[in-house]
Write a protein that binds this ligand. Structure first.
Ligand code: AMP
Length: 460
């Protein structure tokens, strides 16, 4: 029997909002987390963006806070009851948008605080009174310093993407904020990995937390077909254009390793008459949000992004992701391909691998427990063989390789993955024809695509 939202203990106001959103049934993380959070437990949950984790913490919290819902205009009637801390502005803004959708039928107020924009509007909404505050750490502390916000009535705190916040160096700020909160409260911590630092944080600030691990974290990504294409570096730009145009990608995120290459790829695609824009660390917050909005409404076909800028992006039903360059860390590959195949939809992730990126390809296989087949495209055959550099590299850099294996083993341990179990995504089937079927299902591509049909499946 499948689980429904009403079976989880959510009230009609929230259920109705979910129906309007088109949510039919809870995702695994929601089914596991909602009843426990409703019961008031502290939770530590392993879940990444794309698994439905926002609703997993927001829905039970709204249900618990709805007893405070009131239409009064008085700020005193709307103290901050819930605080959601996030690593990036984009994630904060996405959580706020989701909250807006879930809260529709409840007279509770919510707002979002992030840096890079003027504080006045944020101050205004805080002063007017607001039960739910979604914030990046730095900007929240700015408001605390200016006494724009009182945290003494907070009952629920969420640390979202806690591992990311620690990676970004926010640990001291998080601790400062946690100390400002009332001792009696519910703490919900979401993190993709469980490093010793995360465990320490949980130990210091949580009360007998219940742990939630959803094996089906893999299920979302099992919907992602993964293709690795070996190609020479100087042919990548042309191949990128071919893939976007020949596969008639309605929309795609193209990942680059650096801001510079993101800019270069953007200019190149522009000159090839594709509607494209980039988000990376050198863009202003305003520009990033505008680009994202355009991409979401569909008026932009290609979004070029670096790893940091793309963290936590939630774009519904994105059919394609292309790794123009392999990431610097194998974990980022998992995050990148998680941009597609979200919440049950199908997706395709294509990685363009040049000779010196082969090492990363092996690291990705080691981390995910997969053996992704490598393909080549006719007319773009590389002038190198897989394994050739790796052999030389192994001989030269045994020490470095040992360190990398240790690091991978550590990540697997932190994620509590047994050495024999694939990490994520699990056993992805590479089915080349289904690339086309995916497109057909979306009703956007009815032609046969010669590029994939003729050339995929040519493995080294
Ligand atoms: P998140 O992991 O919170 O970033 O959510 C990823 C995407 O899945 C968002 O676009 C949500 O709107 C969507 N989503 C979350 N829960 C469900 C659900 N139960 N059914 C359908 N879509 C969902």
């Amino acid at each position: 029997m499948s689980v429904s939202f009403s079976m989880l203990g959510l009230g009609t106001e929230i259920i109705n909002a979910l129906v309007e959103q088109g949510y039919e049934q809870p995702t695994p993380i929601q089914a596991a987390a909602i009843p426990k959070a409703l019961a008031g437990h502290d939770l530590i949950a392993a879940a990444q963006t794309g698994t439905g984790k926002t609703a997993a913490f927001m829905l039970p919290s709204l249900e618990r806070l709805k007893r405070y819902a009131n239409p009064s205009a008085s700020p005193a009637m709307h103290p901050v009851r819930m605080l959601v801390l996030t690593p990036t502005r984009e994630l904060a803004s996405q959580i706020n948008t989701n909250t807006q959708n879930y809260i529709k039928h409840l007279p509770l107020r919510h707002t979002v605080l992030f840096g890079g924009v003027n504080m006045d509007k944020q101050t205004e909404s805080l002063r007017a009174g607001c039960e739910i505050v979604v914030a990046t750490v730095g900007r929240l502390l700015d408001h605390v310093k200016q006494k724009n916000i009182q945290l003494n009535k907070v009952e629920i705190v969420v640390l979202d993407e806690a591992d990311r916040m620690l990676d970004m160096g926010f640990i001291d700020d998080i601790r400062t904020i946690m100390r400002m909160l009332p001792k009696t409260r519910q703490t919900l911590l979401f993190s993709a990995t469980f490093s010793p630092e995360i465990r320490k944080l949980a130990q210091d600030f949580m009360q007998q937390p219940e742990k939630i691990e959803v094996a089906a974290q893999n299920a979302t990504n099992a919907n992602v077909e993964q293709h690795i294409i070996a190609v020479d570096a100087h042919r990548k730009r042309e191949l990128l254009e071919r893939l976007i145009k020949y596969l008639r990608m309605p929309q795609v995120i193209v990942f680059c390793k650096t801001k510079q290459s993101a800019e270069m790829v953007t200019r190149d695609l522009m000159s090839r008459e594709l509607s494209v824009s980039a988000i990376h660390g050198d863009k202003t917050q305003q520009a990033r949000l505008e680009t994202l909005a355009k991409f979401k409404e569909g008026s932009l076909r290609v979004l070029v992004a670096t790893d940091v800028a793309a963290r936590g992006l939630d774009i519904a039903e994105l059919p394609f992701v292309i790794n123009y360059e392999m990431p610097t860390q194998a974990e980022d590959y998992v995050h990148r391909i998680g941009r597609t195949g979200r919440a049950g939809a199908n997706g395709v992730a294509i990685s363009l691998m040049q000779a010196d990126e082969e090492k990363m390809y092996h690291a990705i296989n080691a981390l995910t427990g997969n053996h992704l087949p490598v393909s080549r495209i006719e007319g773009f055959e590389p002038h190198w063989q897989i394994g050739e550099r790796q052999a030389a590299h192994t001989a030269m850099n045994e020490q470095e390789n040992k360190q990398e294996s240790k690091r991978v083993a550590r990540v697997r341990r932190q994620n509590q993955i047994s050495p024999n179990k694939p990490y994520q995504p699990a056993n992805v089937t590479i089915n080349h024809d289904s690339v086309l079927q995916n497109n057909r299902r979306r009703g956007r591509e009815r032609r046969t695509c010669a590029l994939f049909q003729a050339n995929f499946g040519v493995h080294f």
